[in-house]
Design a protein around this ligand. Structure first.
Ligand code: URA
Length: 237
């Protein structure tokens, strides 16, 4: 259905309707290659709208991005405390994205954001066992006994965790780095697993999700996943 251009631009999250009207008047909007004027309508399934030369994607177009989340961002769509949102980092993407699962405010690393509900459900569903690997830095050392406990599963207040993989990376001074691979996605799971062993987490970074990693994606940056990666994710374990 054809809609007024200012409505489409606002729906894409680029500007308010009033701002978009100003852009139309300023000649920043092209409709099918011609300068748009106030009152023009478009149907994004057949018409091409350009905002400052960039093609306006339809809000229905599916997109999934892999973000390297820095510390100090919340992975919810709103924050009553006014903290920065992960979606602030992907604001240039016109679609309304939502995070697939959560990373805590102080957890860094790989976070997917998408408008593809089916993909989000697939990844988050525990029965699909999508592996998530975290690089964990704890104060103190990780004994063999602790590693075994993490591997077998530890009792948390919401039940025992599923078997995990643990790999010690290095000990630096009084801290230890290790990788922990789990496939559940309970709230604050890694931190709680460590707490139960008396380990205090000083740094936590998700470095892999299924076959995806953070290669070439600097902190605070993102890249769009390829169709082939999305297809592969849907069968990933
Ligand atoms: N486990 C945690 O404790 N925090 C995260 O952000 C992710 C996994």
């Amino acid at each position: 259905m054809a809609e007024r251009l200012q409505k489409l631009i606002a729906q894409a999250g680029l500007a308010s309707r009033r701002q978009a009207e100003k852009w139309i008047e300023e000649g920043r909007i092209l409709l099918n290659g011609h300068l748009a004027k106030l009152g023009d309508r478009a149907d994004l399934s057949i018409d091409q709208v350009q905002v400052d030369g960039q093609i306006l994607a339809s809000a229905q177009d599916k997109v999934t991005v892999l973000l390297n989340k820095p510390r100090g961002y919340v992975s919810t769509l709103k924050d009553p405390e006014g903290r920065r949102l992960v979606t602030d980092l992907t604001a240039a993407i016109p679609q309304r994205l939502f995070p697939v699962g959560r990373l805590d405010y102080n957890t860094e690393g790989l976070l997917l954001l998408t408008n593809d509900g089916e993909l989000a459900q697939y990844i988050s569903h525990p029965s699909h066992h999508v592996e998530k690997t975290y690089l964990v830095k704890v104060r103190g050392s990780l004994s063999e006994k602790m590693m075994k406990r993490l591997e077998r599963g530890v009792e948390l207040d919401d039940g025992k965790t599923a078997p995990a993989k643990v790999e010690k990376i290095r000990t630096v001074g009084s801290s230890c780095w290790f990788e922990l691979t789990i496939h559940e996605g309970r709230n604050r799971q890694v931190r709680r697993m460590c707490e139960i062993l008396g380990l205090s987490v000083v740094r936590l970074k998700r470095i892999r999700l299924g076959f995806l990693d953070l290669k070439d994606v600097m902190p605070g940056r993102y890249r769009c996943l390829l169709d082939s990666e999305i297809q592969k994710l849907k069968i990933t374990k």
